[in-house]
Design a protein around this ligand. Sequence first.
Ligand code: UFG
Length: 324
Amino acid sequence: MIFIVGGAGYIGSHVNKLLSNEGYKTLILDNLSKGHEEFVKWGKFIKGDLKDKRLLARIFKEYDINAVMHFAALTDVRESIQDPGSYYKNNVKNTLNLLDAMRENVKKFIFSSTCAVYGNPLEIPITEDHPCNPISPYGRSKLMIENILEDYSRAYDFNYVSLRYFNAAGADPQTEIGEWHEPETHLIPIILDAAIGKRENVQIFGTDYPTPDGTCIRDYIHVMDLANAHYKALRLLEEDKSEIFNLGNGNGFSVKEIIETCKEITGEKIHTIESKKRPGDPPILIGSSKKAKRILRWRPEFADIKDIIETAWEWHQKLNRETI
Ligand code: UFG
């Protein structure tokens, strides 16, 4: 059985779907602070929090868990700057609870890390050996866990794979699940909200970055491609190996380019306003995923940004038909 912590959230739920389709049994733990019970369509669900050490001890005693995947974290860079305490408690302290509870019983761990561990890149595309100098408490909280994993795995004899996601986007092509944050802070769903008339305009955070059109450039990677990398990482752990991988498409799109592509796909007018820079935003983040391609034999299936946005649009329309 695979224990998916945070499996009711955006990325965790897509991983749950993919693993379940591959025949794995899954157990989902989620406190539903960000996740949605409606997204747990596969596997067994326990509502609970990583703060609850007794619950964790009971879960590891009761269930035959072969591997742990950990998605449960706060992920908003700006919020982490305003309230670092919540980030260190949720993302670091709670992860320690999980690692301490599992280490006697489970020898395989997959961690949701982020390109935010790199900070402002010195070189593009970013490879895994690029120095890690995070510029936000969010990025630092994830890097702290990566460091802890290095020490823990050596001392307590388990293997781990840490996956540094670039910008997760898109949705399950069958539109059973997708991106649903409240409040929404991510660029693509915000633009799609404007396309369906749920918000009046899209703020462009910063227009004088050192990029061709002055707006930030990001590497968008489809959530099903991320899910597939977790499946491949599980197989790598069977070989008793620990590794860190970037997961991105290797190409970047500016905020303005994403808005234009969304206009094209939705056929809607999208009003924009130029706003101040958002703190903690590096100008360009593009990842090299050569290592994942080589070692995991992973290939993004949704390499075209249009395909990514199309799946996001399909889901976005469905979500808003059903919840508004
Ligand atoms: N943006 C806007 N307007 C908005 C929302 C976003 O201009 O209303 C811009 C942001 O400033 C950024 C880009 O669109 O330049 C993408 O923003 P998102 O919020 O969608 O995603 P982030 O780039 O902030 O987040 C990603 C990952 C995080 C990681 C972070 C590192 O999702 O896990 O990059 O900076 F921490």
